[in-house]
Each structure stands twice: as structure tokens, then as C-alpha cells.
Design a protein around this ligand. Structure first.
Ligand code: NDP
Length: 498
């Protein structure tokens, strides 16, 4: 580490991983390896195993056995909570290792990775409480001859497919809640960011999670991921990623009617009214598009600003963006790191090209950051954007902000809701009536008022419209992984039918 800047050195060699099934590491053996090169340095940092569909089938049968024999679901909420609390301790003890792996594979800034890892530990602690709080309902109003119960039971074996943008954080918004419910898991992380999921399997095992309850297979999405969506012995699939693959998962679920939790894309509005604190709002808008280099399902990618303040607001954003630090993710001062893959980099640049061709006005950015190595995109702002432009309609998943203007409240709401997505929205105003009317009208699973991309595991997350199905985190996030069972208990003597 550089003692002046805190900058971390690249590891000397790539770390090799097997996969984790039935409480043990399985080495790659004759299977192929997938090498991951750091998107910021183009250096090999990890090698993971390309599992086969047979490996997946084995992992599912192990998870099925672990579910059926009740080694986990049969424990009390208190006992499950104890394991989750120990896992939180394990995450904290290995925080620096996890953060470094996350940064090396994903390209996000090390300070952000550190924050996400510690945030994840706190999610396990919340979920430990939820494991104890989970309960059903009673109906004691059915008369003296009948008692009604509604019990919640774990749904069974859960397949978990997670993306590359928040590999550890998104995993941690799912796993402790699924475990709190009593289910067992087979996880498949993105092939470009599998390391922290694999380390988590070891942490959970060390925390006392029984063998076979959390299993990880690694490999390609189109092969192993697709096989998971089609698998007849997976009871529920939690998928986070693109709407296109989410749609495939929906089609594949018909085989065994598996339940789906889908968290998909977003094209999230930032609605700024003239009476907002414009400086704070500009700071929020800049954070909302730069966070994780815009590779974030809840990025505030569409600024919808009241016309009377639009020019002033645009200037504030451009000025703030000129001070955002883009660059080496191993430097703790970096705010915007590298773009995860060549493909994602090309996609973002092609959208920037489209914005120009469609006649949007470029305010700042507009291309890659020129460096010796790695892939970076300068935060880019397009103004005079209309809703027929691709840059306003399609999820870019990069640091690209569009600006459109409105004159009336109704017009603002129409623009905000003019999208197939409904994941998140932010409203900026100091007027309480306006804020309340706006959060009631906007179609999104998460709404922020005078802030953006904020909050913890206590509240549920998920999307309206084509942004998904179901909710993760909060007590809703545990209930999501349960089936509801209705029980009628007859009391006293039966009124005979025959
Ligand atoms: P994908 O939807 O392809 O990837 C997300 C996850 O799904 C990864 O684990 C991937 O594995 C897996 N996967 C890929 N194909 C299949 C399949 N046929 N069946 C089951 N699982 C599969 O997203 P991309 O990585 O291609 O990114 C494309 C776009 O998706 C982005 O530009 C962005 O718009 C959106 N996206 C949204 C995310 C969100 O958080 N809502 C997260 C990531 C992407 P593997 O990586 O190994 O192929």
C-alpha cells in the first residue's frame, strides 16, 4: 500500500477457486477455468471453475436433501439467527479480503467496496432478527368449534442468480433472508464476479451453517444459469439482472411452476421541482448517476427538471461532475471506477453515439477516459432530450444522464411514468404536499424524497411493471421465500354428515 495515498497494490498472482457444495470445496479437476482480468488494469486476478450441468444437478440434489431432512428448516428461528450473527462477524473479520476481491473483479472503487462489505454484515444482523420475528397468524373468531391458523413454511430449494454490478451486496440482500426463512440455496454468481460469493460460502460454513444448505456453482449464465431457470427440482428462483434474461426465466418457470423473484432493469426518474434545494438536488443527481459508474439498477438516469430552473440546474450538475474523481479503483479517493466488461463499455459508448445522432445536446463527458490501461467512461450528460430518444427509453447501465424539462406537475408525472420500467424514482421539492402527491403518483417500487439510493435492509425493495416481481429485504424479504399454509382445527364433537 502507498502510505501517502492509501492506494493498494495489485496482487502478484491470480487467485484460483473451486466451487462449494455440501459444505466442502470441490476443486476444478478436469473442468475448464474462467480467468477474470481486472477491468481497470487488465491483469488476471481470479480463476473460477466452469461447472457443468451435472455439477448443478448434484448441487440441487444436495440442497434438496438438506431441505428434506430439516437440518436447517427444523431449527428454531433463534438457532438460525445465531448462525447469521456469526456470519456477520465472519464478514467483518474478512472485510478487507472481500473488498479487494470485489474491486479487482468488478472495477468499483475500493472505498465503495469496503462500504458495501460492511453494509452486508449489517444486513445479516438485520436478517437474524427477522428469522426470529417470522410468524403466521391465528383466527380465533371462527366460533368455539373451530380454530384457524395460517403458518408460514420455507418454500424449499431456492436457486439464486446474481449479477456483476453489486456481487456481494446483492447476494447479501438475498441470502440471509432466504436462510432466515429456513430454505436451502444453490447460488450462481455472474461468471465475471464470482469470488466473493465463493468466499461467503466458506464464511457461512465456518459460522456453523449445516453442510448442503448453501451451495455455489460457478460458470456461464447461458449454460448453468439457464439450466437453473429450467430446473424442475428448484422451487423458487431469485434472479437479478437484465429484463431480457428475466423474461427468459419467466418462460422457463412454466416447467414446474417455480415461484420467481425478479429484480430487473430500471430507467429511473429524478424529478426536480423549482422549489427544491437546488444545490442538494444537484449533488443527489450527480451521485445517482455516478454511483457504481452508473451500472446500478436504481441509477437516477433520467433528470426531469422544472423549466424555470433548468438552465441553472444543468450548470450546477456540469460543475459538480467536473470535480468527480474517475480512475483507478485501488485508489481510495476514486469515486467512479472502471466499466465491468468490454461489452458493457461498448454498449455505453454506443448509446452516447446514439444520443448525439438523435439530436440531444451534449453538456459534458461524451466518451471514454483516455488511460494507458483499463476501461473507463467519463460521466456524460445529454440535455434537450425527448422521450422518443433511445437514450431516454432504454437502460444504458453506465454514467449517462438525460435531461428533459416540464412546466406543470401533471407533465412531470407523465414524463416520470413514461417508461416500461418501475424500479425507483427520486423527488426533490421542499413542498410537502407536492412531495406527497408525487410519491403517490409515481409508479416505482422505491421512491426517495430529497435523497437518492439511500436506505438499509429494513424496508422492502423491488419493482413495478417490467422491473420485476416480488420483494427482497425487510420482513417482506423473508416472507417472500415462504409458502402460506392454512390450517382449520375442528374442536369438540363433530356434527355427523352420515
Ligand atoms: P444478464 O441478465 O445477462 O446477467 C445477469 C445474471 O444472469 C448473471 O449472473 C448472468 O450470468 C446470468 N445469466 C445470463 N444469461 C442467463 C440465462 N440465459 N439464464 C439465466 N441466467 C443468465 O445481464 P448482462 O450481464 O448481460 O448485462 C446486460 C444488461 O443487463 C446491463 O447492461 C443492464 O442493463 C442489465 N443488468 C441489470 C442488472 C440489475 O441489477 N438489474 C444487473 C446486471 C445487468 P453470467 O454473467 O455468468 O453470464
Amino acid at each position: 500500500m502507498d502510505m501517502n495515498t492509501g492506494k493498494i497494490e495489485l496482487p502478484k498472482q491470480a487467485r484460483e477457486f473451486g466451487f462449494f457444495v455440501d459444505g466442502k470445496w470441490v476443486s476444478a479437476g478436469a473442468r475448464k477455468l474462467i480467468e477474470r482480468r481486472s477491468p481497470a488494469h487488465d491483469v488476471a486476478v481470479t480463476r473460477i471453475t466452469r461447472c457443468t450441468v451435472e455439477d448443478l444437478n448434484h448441487a440441487v440434489s444436495v440442497a434438496r436433501q438438506a431441505f428434506t431432512d430439516r437440518r436447517w428448516s427444523g431449527l428454531s428461528g433463534t438457532d438460525r439467527a445465531a448462525v447469521l450473527l456469526k456470519a456477520a462477524e465472519g464478514i467483518r473479520a474478512r472485510a478487507e479480503e472481500l473488498a479487494l476481491l470485489e474491486t479487482l473483479e468488478s472495477g468499483k472503487g475500493i472505498s465503495q467496496s469496503r462500504g458495501e462489505v460492511l453494509g452486508a454484515a449489517s444486513i445479516y444482523e438485520y436478517a437474524a432478527g427477522a428469522a426470529r420475528a417470522l410468524h403466521g397468524d391465528t383466527f380465533n373468531n371462527l366460533g368455539d368449534n373451530m380454530l384457524g391458523l395460517v403458518t408460514r413454511e420455507p418454500i424449499g430449494v431456492v436457486g439464486l442468480i446474481t449479477p456483476w454490478n453489486f456481487p456481494f451486496f446483492i447476494l447479501s440482500e438475498r441470502v440471509p433472508f432466504i436462510l432466515a426463512s429456513g430454505c436451502t440455496i444453490v447460488a450462481k454468481p455472474s461468471e465475471v464476479t464470482s469470488a466473493t460469493t465463493l468466499v461467503m460460502a466458506e464464511i457461512l460454513s465456518d459460522a456453523g451453517l449445516p453442510a448442503g444448505v448453501f451451495n455455489v456453482v460457478t460458470g456461464s449464465g447461458s449454460e448453468i444459469g439457464q439450466a437453473m431457470t429450467e430446473h424442475d427440482d428448484i422451487d423458487m428462483l431469485s434472479f437479478t439482472g437484465s429484463t431480457a434474461v428475466g423474461r427468459r426465466a419467466l418462460l422457463a418457470s412454466v416447467g414446474n411452476f417455480k415461484k420467481l423473484g425478479l429484480e430487473l432493469g430500471g430507467k429511473n426518474p429524478q424529478v426536480v421541482f423549482a422549489d427544491a434545494d437546488l444545490d442538494e438536488a444537484a449533488d443527489g443527481v450527480v451521485f445517482g448517476i455516478c454511483f457504481n459508474a452508473g451500472q446500478c439498477c436504481v441509477s437516477g438516469s433520467r433528470l426531469i427538471v422544472e423549466k424555470s430552473v433548468a438552465a441553472d440546474f444543468e450548470a450546477r450538475i456540469a460543475e459538480k461532475l467536473s470535480r468527480v474523481r474517475v480512475g483507478d479503483p485501488l485508489d481510495p479517493r476514486t469515486q467512479v471506477g472502471a466499466i465491468v466488461t468490454e461489452q458493457q463499455h461498448d454498449t455505453i459508448l454506443s448509446y452516447i453515439g446514439k444520443g448525439r445522432e438523435e439530436g440531444a445536446r451534449l453538456v459534458c463527458g461524451g466518451g471514454p477516459l483516455v488511460t494507458d490501461q483499463g476501461r473507463f467512461v467519463m460521466p456524460t450528460v445529454f440535455s434537450d432530450v425527448t422521450m422518443d430518444m433511445a437514450v431516454a427509453r432504454e437502460e444504458i447501465f453506465g454514467p449517462v444522464l438525460t435531461i428533459s424539462t416540464f412546466e406543470t406537475f401533471d407533465e412531470a408525472m407523465e414524463l416520470a411514468n413514461d417508461t416500461v420500467y418501475g424500479l425507483a424514482a427520486s423527488i426533490w421539492t421542499k413542498n410537502l404536499d407536492k412531495a406527497t402527491n408525487a410519491f403517490r403518483r409515481v409508479q416505482a417500487g422505491r421512491v426517495w424524497v430529497n435523497t437518492t439510493i439511500a436506505g438499509g435492509p429494513d424496508l422492502p425493495i423491488g419493482g413495478f411493471k417490467q422491473s420485476g416481481h416480488g420483494r427482497e429485504t425487510g420482513i417482506y424479504g423473508v416472507e417472500e421465500y415462504t409458502e402460506v399454509k392454512t390450517v382449520h382445527i375442528a374442536l369438540g364433537k363433530r356434527d355427523l354428515w352420515v
